[in-house]
Design a protein around this ligand. Structure first.
Ligand SMILES: Cc1cc2nc3c(=O)[nH]c(=O)nc-3n(C[C@H](O)[C@H](O)[C@H](O)COP(=O)(O)OP(=O)(O)OC[C@H]3O[C@@H](n4cnc5c(N)ncnc54)[C@H](O)[C@@H]3O)c2cc1C
Length: 413
């Protein structure tokens, strides 16, 4: 290939992670070069309508993610629209009570933080990140990836809107990543045989800006507090049970979810649609090859029981942006495998650790009716009484502990 590449970076997939990475890179590039960063996205959500019913899919964002989104210029748009902070979290297994022996409570006040994180609609998150990207001068292309060819000089990106060349292509197109396949990178997939039922319910009692999570012996129920007083639920269950909960009438569903919550917030009444998401664990053994790299769900998908998936993706985006900024300062080619391996080394261990932790929690707490499960459950009470252990856990969950990128360390303005 002789002509200079048309773009510095093409990001395939403008979901929350790809769009945030685009915004970080466009801001780093400055007015002169921001347009040479392209995001290819097949479905751009419309601007959020404040009076329309809320979307079903939400994410619990960590403080680290909040800071990365602020660095990307996306946080103000999210905060203005629908920010639902939660200040406390109660976790308890079947057979215990939320504040009783054997339960675990995290409180923002113990960390001198105003809250532990917040709940944001996925569509709002994605749109805010895409708006920040275009505001920084990045190029958004609505279209579909059709092919990818990687060679020493540049990557060729074929789309239904034409062909482009780039020094680096980023696969941010989610768990079923076509870009990953075209680049020849593998993915190891484990089917959990579970489905997450998501819905919005109206509680009989105020949620007190508290997130609630109950390990049921055969699944997990998470109740996430929304700013309008409702709760977003994520109820992970064996597939057949989940299908039955999705098919039953609304009153029966309300009765079942109230029972699963142990009535902790009184009667829970279904307040709209329900949807089911089959759960899988995915890990790409390698994140990078010459001129190509993976971020977000395209690289790793974890069990959603502790709401970590997109938070890991934001750390990937911030780490990759930092590595590329350093490479630029040192005059290195952003698509060089040496550069991309530095990002892979930084992020893969942390992602694998979180994925394994979610897997263990799912095995021993969500489905912990055996002897090992009961032992692990007893350990929750011990953690609750151990201030250092609790602090370590919560700081990790908030994206504040470990080798976090610069952007996640800065306080949001
Ligand atoms: C039930 C459930 C609850 C969850 N709750 C939480 C939570 O509370 N907290 C949390 O951190 N995580 C949570 N997650 C995980 C979170 O949703 C994902 O980690 C996150 O969506 C990944 O973002 P992403 O941008 O990497 O990928 P995606 O969100 O999958 O985005 C990929 C984007 O690429 C685009 N795309 C795909 N293919 C192409 C193509 N060929 N051409 C062009 N564009 C393409 C898609 O349109 C999409 O916009 C949850 C997941 C589930 C299933």
């Amino acid at each position: 290939m002789s002509a200079a590449p048309t773009h510095d970076v093409v990001i395939v997939g403008g979901g929350p992670v790809g769009a945030t990475l685009g915004a970080l890179l466009a801001r780093q590039a400055g007015a002169r070069a921001a347009a040479r960063v392209m995001v290819l996205e097949r479905h751009v959500p419309p601007p959020p309508d404040p009076v329309a019913p809320r979307g079903l899919r939400v994410s619990a964002l960590s403080r680290g993610s909040e800071r990365v989104l602020a660095a990307a210029g996306a946080w103000a748009g999210i905060a203005a629209l629908c920010r639902s902070p939660y200040e406390r979290m109660h976790v308890w297994p079947e057979g215990a009570t939320p504040r009783g022996a054997g339960s675990l409570t995290f409180d923002a006040a113990e960390l001198s933080e105003p809250d532990l994180g917040c709940i944001v609609e996925n569509a709002v998150l994605q749109r805010a990140a895409l708006d920040a990207f275009t505001a920084a001068g990045g190029t958004l292309l609505r279209g579909e990836l059709a092919g990818l060819a990687l060679d020493a000089a540049a990557a060729r990106v074929a789309t239904d809107q034409g062909e482009f060349t780039a020094r680096l292509v980023v696969g941010a197109d989610g768990a079923r990543s076509a870009a990953r396949g075209f680049a020849g990178l593998a993915a190891e997939v484990q089917d959990y045989g579970q489905v997450a039922v998501v819905a919005v319910v109206r509680p009989g009692q105020p949620h007190e800006r508290t997130a609630w999570q109950r390990f049921l012996g055969a699944g997990t129920l998470a109740l996430l507090p929304l700013a309008d007083g409702n709760l977003s639920i994520v109820w992970s269950l064996p597939e057949a049970e989940a299908r039955a909960h999705l098919a039953c009438g609304p009153e029966e569903f309300s009765r079942r979810v109230t029972a699963a919550s142990d009535g902790v917030l009184g009667e829970l009444v279904l307040a709209g649609e329900r949807a089911g998401f089959p759960l899988r664990r995915l890990e790409a053994p390698r994140y990078a090859t010459e001129r190509f790299v993976l971020v977000g769900d395209a690289a790793h998908m974890v069990h959603p029981l502790a709401g970590q998936g997109v938070n890991l993706g934001f750390m990937d985006a911030a780490a990759l942006a930092e590595v590329l900024q350093r490479a630029h300062a040192e005059g290195e080619d952003p698509g060089a495998l040496r550069v991309l391996r530095a990002y892979e080394r930084w992020r893969k261990g942390d992602n694998q650790l979180t994925s394994a932790a979610m897997d263990g929690i799912n095995r021993f707490l969500s489905f912990g009716r055996d002897r090992v499960g009961r032992l692990v459950q007893r350990g929750m009470g011990w953690v609750d009484r151990s201030a250092p252990a609790k602090r370590l856990l919560i700081e990790r969950a908030m994206g504040l502990a470990g080798d976090v990128p610069q952007a996640a360390r800065r306080r949001a303005g």
